[in-house]
Design a protein around this ligand. Structure first.
Ligand code: SF4
Ligand code: SF4
Length: 144
């Protein structure tokens, strides 16, 4: 039996993801976050925050891979321009190689072999990894 995971003291998505409602560019703490206590407007936080579940919360990886420890927050999205599945890996500043762990690399390979692609997002920098033909579609486009 698997127990449902909870965020506990992790707040890393409040730092790495962009919340357009607030002055919180990706890579910097949301202005509403107290990293030690969590969301200071909990209950009135945006819908995007209420519904967000990183892949770890959805049972990917080991218990000890919780984002505040692994320093990465992962999610799957469908690219609006071509509906291709993309894995987005947000990496905490100061830990640029945090995503280079075996199970994450395996996921990237599997996704690439199926035509999907991965973005490593480190501050303002986005690096695309994937099948060359798929990546070509992205040339000259803004990636969301
Ligand atoms: S990164 Fe994942 S585990 Fe951490 S607070 Fe966000 S949803 Fe919860
Ligand atoms: S509003 Fe709250 S839950 Fe949403 S990113 Fe900011 S601190 Fe986190």
């Amino acid at each position: 039996m698997t127990t449902e995971r909870v965020c506990g003291s992790c707040t890393l998505c409040c730092k790495l993801l962009n919340i357009p409602e607030f002055t919180s560019p990706a890579g910097k703490w949301c202005e509403k976050c107290d990293p030690k206590k969590g969301c200071t407007i909990y209950g009135n936080h945006p819908e995007k925050c209420k519904t967000f579940k990183c892949l770890w919360l959805l049972n990917l990886g080991l218990e000890l891979d919780r984002p505040d420890k692994s320093k990465i927050v992962m999610k799957f999205v469908k690219a609006p321009q071509d509906n291709v599945t993309q894995l987005q890996i947000y990496v905490d500043l100061g830990y640029p190689k945090a995503w280079e762990i075996p199970y994450v690399k395996k996921m990237i390979d599997k996704l690439t072999s199926k035509g999907g692609r991965t973005f490593i997002i480190y501050g303002e920098k986005r690096t695309a990894i994937g099948n060359k033909d798929v990546l070509k579609i992205l040339e000259g486009r803004v990636i969301k």
